[in-house]
Structure formats: C-alpha cells, structure tokens
Design a protein around this ligand. Sequence first.
Ligand code: KG4
Ligand code: ZN
Length: 338
Amino acid sequence: MKILAVESSCDDTGAAVVEDGRKILSNVVASQIKDHIVYGGVVPEIASRMHVEAISSVVGKALDDAGITAKETDAIAVTYAPGLIGSLLVGVNFAKGLAFSTGKPLIPVHHLRGHIASDYLTYPDLEPPFLCLVVSGGHSHLVRVSGYTDFEIIGRTRDDAAGECMDKSARALGLDYPGGVNLDRVSKGGNPKAYSFPHPKVDASKYDFSFSGLKTAVVNAVHNASQRGEEINIADMGASCIDAVTDCLVNNLFAAADEFGYKKIALAGGVSANSVLRAKCEKICKEKKLSLYMPDLKLCGDNAAMIGSQGYYEYLSGNTADETLNAYATMPLDKPIK
Ligand code: KG4
Ligand code: ZN
C-alpha cells in the first residue's frame, strides 16, 4: 500500500510516499529556517503563508521522486494535530482536496504519533511494545507504546518542553534559531560540569518533567555574567545546560523502563537528534542490556515520511476521515478526537 503523506504542522513543508508503513519511496522537505532566523523563532503567520507557496511543488516533487501519480497512490495521510493552526490547515486542506479529487481514503495522523513512527522507518523490524521518549520543540512525553495505535502517556512536561528549554538557552547565549541544533554544535568539547544547573523533579508524578526553572537558570546565568562584565564560555555553558536537560530526560526514561520492565527503548522527535542524549542512552542501554531505537538523524525533525508510516497503521486500525476533517492546535496523543 503506497501512501502519499503531507506534513505542515510548524515551519517545514513536507510530502512523502511511503510503502506499507516501512519503505520510503520519496521524502521531500522545504525548510523555512532562513525566513524565520531574523525573528529568532517561528512567526506563525509567515509560516502558514510559506506553506501555501510551497505545498503544491513539494507534493509534486514527492510524487515525481517516487515515480507515481496521485491517482496511483492508495491513500492520502496528513498531520491534523497538534501544531500551529494556520500551518496545519494548509496541509489538511490540500490533503482533503487531493483525497476528494482522486477518490482515495483520507487518513488523519497525530504529529507525535508520526514522530514515533520515524523509528519504524529506521528499524524495519521494530514492533510495539516499547517505551518511547518523545521530545520535540513543544512536547516532552514518556509514552508506553503498546500497539501501533495504542499509546499511554505516563510522563509529560508540566511547563516547557526540553526543546523549548534548549532553544531559549541558546538564544540567551546569542545563537541563531533553531537554537537546540546550534547549542548541540557549539557545546561539543565544552565541560558539562562547568556550571551547576538545577535538575527539577515533579513531586506529584515521578515521570513528569519540568524545564522552565532550568531555562530561567541558564538565562539568568548569562545575564548575571554579562552584568558583571564576565566572559562566558559558550561551549561550557551550553554543555552544562544540555547535560542538565538530558539528565532529567534519561533519569525518568530509565526509571520507567525499570518499573515497567521494558527491554526496548525508543527516542523520537527533534530533540532525539541531540548528540548527548543519544550518547547517554547508548551507554545506559549497553549497561542494562536494553535495545535502543533512535531515528535516523534525517528523520528526527519534522518530515512527511513519518506521517506516511504512521498513516499506514492508522489506516489498518480503521482511522480514516471524510471531508469534514478539521485541524487542531492541541490534541492528546493517546486519545485523539476525530
Ligand atoms: O520535532 P521537531 O522538529 O518540531 C516539533 O515538533 O517541535 O523538534 C524541534 C525541536 C527544536 O526545539 C529544536 O531546537 C530541537 O528539536 N532540536 C534539537 C536538536 N535538533 C533539533 N535540540 C537539541 N539538540 C539537537 N541536535
Ligand atoms: Zn515535530
């Protein structure tokens, strides 16, 4: 089954053709980074306008690269939640038009379910159940993946996401958007113990995260140093920030793995590209003899191939939509509204 997938939840316009949930026939992403860089973050109005400009050619290229026409696909999958509403609406409406004109089934896909599916593309033999840490710019979830469409969130951030914490810390250090990527790059070789940042815990729930206090601590450390006229070692401060964020993530991840007895651990979402997070997970999994699944670096960020993969499993579970499908800025991963 060949699924044409569309993704436009934030600032990347993506289209892909994926066969049977596992094989990428094409995967095209038009990034808007250079258009948002001057603002230091994504400007929603600009993002949706740029999706409108890009979507036809991105979908056309994905079909061309796969060597098929829209009529030769078997279904159209699209990210319908969560994300920037103006951005989501562009993809949803385009996909609805395509499904209507070709008579193909329309499959709504939750963006974070899509991120988890990037591991199915990277590891063709991976099957649920497994425990997944889903970390992106807007979400930090610890998810029990019991089936392809069966999820339970056992931990979530109470305030900022891990990606937001690293993006804003990077901005305070004068690094360009997208901050997390640049923070990772400039922190290589830095001393992760040079600065002592808090490792917040949430009393009420042992698997929840909290990153806003850590973000504020980094921002304050940068401002205090500049007020005192002290030079900041960006590599050291960046490495210390990343060390604290990733400690919080891996502590909860592996405590849950122990409690629930998981042998398969997965990472997903933009922050899963972080080199320190990957290295820490590799080390712990080796020690504990657990299998670790991390998306190919090309599939960590937003892309449509992951939507095509998850779309296949949503289709097998009967999760299709008609022309009344709407887009939603927020939506729980485990209990989606249709
Ligand atoms: O999944 P994603 O591409 O978009 C959302 O769904 O939010 O995640 C974007 C987030 C941003 O916060 C970005 O800075 C972060 O992922 N990110 C990283 C790295 N690459 C992307 N954070 C830390 N280290 C990286 N290497
Ligand atoms: Zn994402």
